[in-house]
Design a protein around this ligand. Structure first.
Ligand code: GLU
Length: 464
């Protein structure tokens, strides 16, 4: 099998949205599965709406999702001369012709066809007129007059379109610019693309592009058109459904692993398996089993997957993703090893990275800055609770904080020696050290706080 080469071709007119992200993931997975190449092409020919900041944002989202690309970026605006050299080839080989019809004339032809109950189309009047280049002239493809364009779509199966549905499309506009379909064919050929996976909003372009390939005598790639993602109510997906740009999910603290897993499953299946590592996806994704019908976006399932990855991601990986959130939370520079340690203690209690970073707050501020949850104070910092804290403060003042087991033993000995129940001691300690009831194992908390800070907190709670 020839080397598999795929591409993702975003238009930089906005941030990367989840539909585009899913297409990109499929393209990336197919290339990686077959040990091929995955390219990025920036389709920036809409000069008014295309912005470099969107290209940058799309690339940042690619990196965040873990979709590395091969080779250089291609910008369509830099390739006009290349596209036009192919238009010239078509003019030379007789598969294209100059057309001097004005837009008004073409509109009239369409109207005429419509009035006859036919498909509105250009009537081909310049096909045989030998018009030649000139002001206001465009170039049209000389499409076959009979027959069908047939292709076997990876997602939708066989698609056949009668050429009578198509017309002699413009391939170079009167202003000298190549049209979109022309540019895409030249790019996909020049970039050696073997598999074009894209959204099915492009499925009507494909027969037109195939006619251009055929006219140029070029091999036609394999196409796969993935259906759009719908909202939970099966309507067009919108912000209202919680569907947003990838960068927004990132800012909210979602894990990229969760989004990748979620989006892949939304358009592809492997039995009823729901959770896949990236390695598994690369191993399993061979271009089969992509869903032909549109799937509905389910924010709850995305959250469920996120919770799974929050619990199970290798700690160093989780820590890397977490560092920017720790910084954003305003804790200053926090030692990476400490972030990792805190992540191990709090990960089960947070549903995303933002929450997780926020959970560190009680450990990273000083005793005076700690705020107490009202319920915790009421329940645990009672007269009795504060007496226990005062006694424990004395015991901890003598302790070696380097050893978590010792810190644990002090609490247990105190409970035992005074014939108490642990619940008389644990809750006041929690409120004193963290400001609230709940939270991770107390000796771990004390180890992170260190001796001086632990004692200061106990002191403050005693005197509250
Ligand atoms: N630039 C097109 C888009 O963003 C992609 C076209 C293609 O993949 O062929 O929808």
């Amino acid at each position: 099998m020839a080397k598999v080469v795929t591409r993702f071709a975003p238009s930089p007119t906005g941030h990367l949205h989840i539909g585009g992200a899913r297409t990109a993931i499929f393209c990336w997975l197919l290339a990686r599965h077959f040990g091929g190449d995955y390219h990025l092409r920036i389709e920036d020919t809409d000069l008014e709406r295309s912005k470099q900041e969107y290209t940058d944002s799309i690339l940042a989202s690619m990196r965040w999702l873990g979709l590395d690309w091969d080779g250089d970026l291609n910008y369509q605006t830099q390739r006009t001369a290349l596209y036009n050299s192919y238009v010239d080839k078509l003019l030379e080989n007789g598969h294209a012709y100059w057309c001097s019809c004005t837009p008004e004339e073409v509109d009239a032809m369409r109207e005429e066809a419509r009035a006859k109950g036919l498909k509105p189309r250009y009537n081909g009047q310049c096909r045989t007129r030998n018009v030649g280049a000139g002001e206001g002239h465009c170039v049209r493809l000389k499409a076959p007059l009979t027959g069908k364009v047939v292709f076997n779509d990876m997602v939708k199966g066989t698609i056949a379109v009668d050429v009578s549905e198509l017309d002699d499309m413009v391939i170079r506009r009167a202003d000298g610019m190549p049209t979109y379909n022309m540019a895409v064919v030249v790019d996909d050929y020049e970039m050696g693309i073997t598999h074009v996976i894209r959204g099915d909003d492009h499925v009507s372009n494909t027969p037109k592009q195939i006619l251009i390939y055929q006219a140029l005598g070029l091999p036609v790639p394999i196409f796969g058109h993935v259906p759009m993602i719908l909202g939970p109510d099966k309507q067009k997906l919108s912000k209202r459904h919680g569907a947003r740009a990838v960068i927004e999910y990132q800012d909210d603290g979602l894990l990229p692993q969760a989004l990748v897993n979620y989006l892949v499953r939304l358009g592809w299946s492997h039995g009823d398996q729901e959770i896949f590592t990236l390695e598994e996806l690369v191993k399993l994704f061979d271009g089969n089993n992509m869903n032909a019908s549109a799937a509905a976006f389910d924010p709850d399932k995305l959250q469920w997957l996120n919770a799974h990855y929050m619990r199970t991601l290798p700690l160093p990986e989780l820590t890397e993703l977490l560092l920017p959130f720790v910084e954003k939370a305003g804790f200053g520079t926090v030692d990476k090893a400490l972030v990792e340690k805190m992540a191990s203690l709090f990960r089960e209690r947070a549903s995303n990275l933002k929450e997780l970073a926020e959970a560190f707050r009680p450990l990273l501020i000083s005793a005076e800055q700690l705020s107490y949850a009202e319920a915790g104070v009421k329940k645990a910092l009672t007269e009795e609770g504060r007496q226990h804290l005062a006694a424990l403060r004395l015991a901890y003042a003598e302790a070696d904080f380097g050893d978590t087991a010792t810190l644990e033993k002090i609490m247990h000995d105190y409970v035992e020696q005074n014939s108490l129940k642990f619940k008389q001691v644990g809750p006041p300690m929690r409120v004193a050290l963290l400001g609230y009831l709940g939270g991770p194992h107390l000796p771990d908390v004390m180890t992170i706080l260190g001796k001086a800070e632990t004692l200061a907190r106990l002191e403050r709670a005693v005197n509250l």
